[in-house]
Write a protein that binds this ligand. Structure first.
Ligand SMILES: NC(=O)c1ccc[n+]([C@@H]2O[C@H](COP(=O)([O-])OP(=O)(O)OC[C@H]3O[C@@H](n4cnc5c(N)ncnc54)[C@H](OP(=O)(O)O)[C@@H]3O)[C@@H](O)[C@H]2O)c1
Length: 316
């Protein structure tokens, strides 16, 4: 097992990055973390964490970020947007820049890219395509660098903003969901993802590979099973009513949101591309390859994860 030393982390100020920092520092790693300075932002003082101001556009900052580290974890990304130009500069070009910085080091650090299961289907959305391009950019930059790609499915837990609105509705007893046949998908609790990263660091294995990972729920989830688990965790088992929204109506809302986002310049979540991702029938993962390579196993199913993340009080 590899002893903890120094690593570089991007995306540390985000939802998944916060869980990563907690696990990495807890295991004794010294973390050099990139953050984007903005008015009023003071990164938290944490023992074992050295904050470096900058962004993914600045190759000089990225070289300083990775200098002298044993591993680089690239987690920064854009998850909301309307157009290719909202995603690619960070998810594709940014990933390539961090990888080039790492690959140019004399004592090349190992490189872990937090990609997305969406990269499996790049034709579905600008987000999915950007994550796939990010993977390609890392591989193209790698030369002799030892790289690994992790493709998580939808991640939930404390600090998440994307699934939280749905869990809030469920806690109130209803769930607005696309009408029609059910899809199957995987989920993962954010701390299980952080543990997978830690196991990868410790195992020093799995290079040149792309791994999918989930919470180990056999056959994944349908919306009905999500409602059952979430109802138990958030409503003490009381019934959650499914409110079916016709898919054409959802597309209209997504189109309107897309147009409004371009007009008013905000980063939308529900767009036609996001809806195509949601409607895709199969987002199931298989943990076996990652478990074989690193020994990691998930420990937290949906019911337990929701109870851990929110208890009985969802953030307002
Ligand atoms: N959440 C999920 O369900 C999920 C599922 C699969 C994969 N992922 C992937 O996991 C990664 C993290 O997602 P998240 O949910 O934690 O997103 P998040 O909460 O929005 O965090 C994104 C992070 O990336 C940073 N970032 C964005 N643009 C940057 C730039 N130009 N320069 C430097 N840093 C930049 C953000 O910094 P600021 O704080 O300054 O904005 C933030 O730290 C992403 O790559 C995403 O694609 C997420």
């Amino acid at each position: 097992m590899v002893a903890p030393s120094k690593l570089a982390l991007t995306g540390a100020t985000g939802f998944i990055g916060a869980a990563l920092i907690a696990r990495l520092v807890g295991a004794g790693w010294h973390v050099r973390a990139l953050y984007r300075p903005r008015t009023g932002r003071i990164p938290p003082r944490l023992p074992g964490v050295e904050w470096l101001p900058g962004n993914l556009e600045d190759q000089g900052t990225l070289n300083a970020l990775v200098a002298g580290t044993d591993a680089v974890i690239h987690c920064a990304g854009v998850v909301r947007g309307a157009c290719r130009s909202d995603f690619d500069p960070v998810n594709a070009a940014g990933a390539g820049r961090v990888a080039r910085a790492a690959a140019s080091q004399d004592r090349g650090p190992r490189f872990l890219l937090i990609s997305s299961l969406a990269a499996r289907m790049p034709q579905l959305s600008h987000y999915a395509a950007s994550k796939w391009r990010g993977e390609c950019a890392v591989k193209a930059a790698a030369e002799n660098m030892r790289w690994t790609v992790l493709r998580p499915p939808a991640v939930y837990g404390p600090g998440d903003r994307e699934l939280l609105p749905l869990f809030r509705c469920i806690a109130k007893g209803f769930a607005p969901l696309p009408a029609g046949t059910d899809r199957r998908f995987s989920l993962i609790y954010v701390d299980d993802l952080a543990m997978a990263v830690l196991r990868w660091l410790e195992a020093d294995a799995g290079y040149g590979q792309t791994f999918e990972l989930d919470d180990g729920c056999p056959g994944g989830y349908s919306w009905d099973t999500v409602l059952t688990h979430a109802g138990r965790a958030l409503r003490e088992g009381a019934v959650v009513r499914r409110v079916p929204i016709p898919v054409p109506l959802l597309y209209l809302v997504a189109l309107a949101n897309f147009a409004a986002a371009r007009l008013f310049g905000y980063a939308p979540m529900l767009t036609p591309g996001k809806l195509r991702e949601i409607m895709h029938p199969d987002w199931l993962c298989d943990n076996r390859a990652l478990t074989l390579a690193t020994g990691w196993r998930p420990t937290c199913g949906l019911e337990l994860g929701l109870a851990r993340a929110y208890g009985k009080h969802l953030p307002g």
